[in-house]
Design a protein around this ligand. Structure first.
Ligand code: F6R
Length: 242
């Protein structure tokens, strides 16, 4: 596990550079996209490089980490819509190249299985962007998640719903109770994991991720078993590292 401590704006550029290098070497790269605040600087930087330096995503396919269950198709916080707004609409992905778990499917269990098959059918994810929750979740694998889990339905913890209420006008009651999320084993199948974390609120989770014992109670600690992980953190998020 490589840990890089740098100022916030630099972190976005570092992650964007890893993606740019991969996409230029291998134009049909498969990317894993995260939502939330952490990857926004990366998406801004990729959009800039697309506009100013001809970085093309025309042959790239991308898979999202997770999706809320039951948010209306046009809800601005539906993760498909967030990804469309923050990155897909700003670069040149081919139609249908960005996929996510279908939180509106009638059969959610079948939708999870289909999503795993879709990822496997393109040979897996080359580079997966990740954030981390204050409770150590990655994607929506909350504490207690099986370290061997695959894409499935999960119940969001009150902590995560409180953390995400800021996207729903500060009203926790508007935050869905359930989600579909790639499992920890799904994430571990990606070839390179790039995790971003900023701010003091992430310091304990980053400490556990890097220095804690591997435990389902801090799901991100499973990344210690991955051969190629880059952790990009600012000073505040790194403040509890030994
Ligand atoms: C989002 C996701 C979550 C977030 C995490 C951190 O797709 O999978 O694990 O990465 O909740 O969120 P932010 O970046 O908003 O602090």
């Amino acid at each position: 596990m490589e840990v890089v401590i740098a100022p916030g704006p630099e972190l976005g550029r570092l992650a964007a550079s890893a993606i740019e290098q991969l996409v230029r070497e291998q134009p049909d790269t498969v990317l894993g996209l995260a939502t939330g605040s952490s990857p926004l600087a990366v998406y801004d930087e990729l959009a800039r490089r697309h506009a100013e330096h001809d970085l093309s995503f025309a042959r790239v396919r991308a898979f999202m980490l997770d999706e809320y269950v039951g948010l209306a198709a046009d809800h601005p916080e539906r993760y498909r819509n967030v990804i469309e707004k923050e990155i897909a609409s700003r670069v040149d992905f081919a139609p249908g190249a960005v996929q996510g778990p279908d939180g509106l499917a009638e059969d959610l269990v079948a939708a999870c299985a289909a999503y795993e098959e879709a990822i496997a059918s393109v040979g897996g994810v080359d580079l997966q962007l990740l954030g981390i929750g204050t409770d150590g979740h990655i994607a929506f694998n909350e504490p207690g998640s099986s370290l061997a889990s695959r894409t499935r339905i999960k119940t969001l913890t009150r902590q995560t719903r409180e953390d995400n209420a800021r996207f729903f006008g500060g009203d926790i009651d508007q935050v869905p109770q359930h989600c579909l999320t790639q499992g920890l084993a799904t994430i571990m199948s990606a070839r390179h994991l790039v995790l971003l974390a900023t701010g003091r609120g992430k310091a304990e989770a980053v400490h556990q991720l890097v220095e804690g014992p591997v435990s389902a109670m801090w799901p991100a600690t499973i990344l210690q078993h991955h051969p190629h992980v880059t952790v990009l953190v600012d000073d505040a998020a790194a403040s509890r590292l030994q």
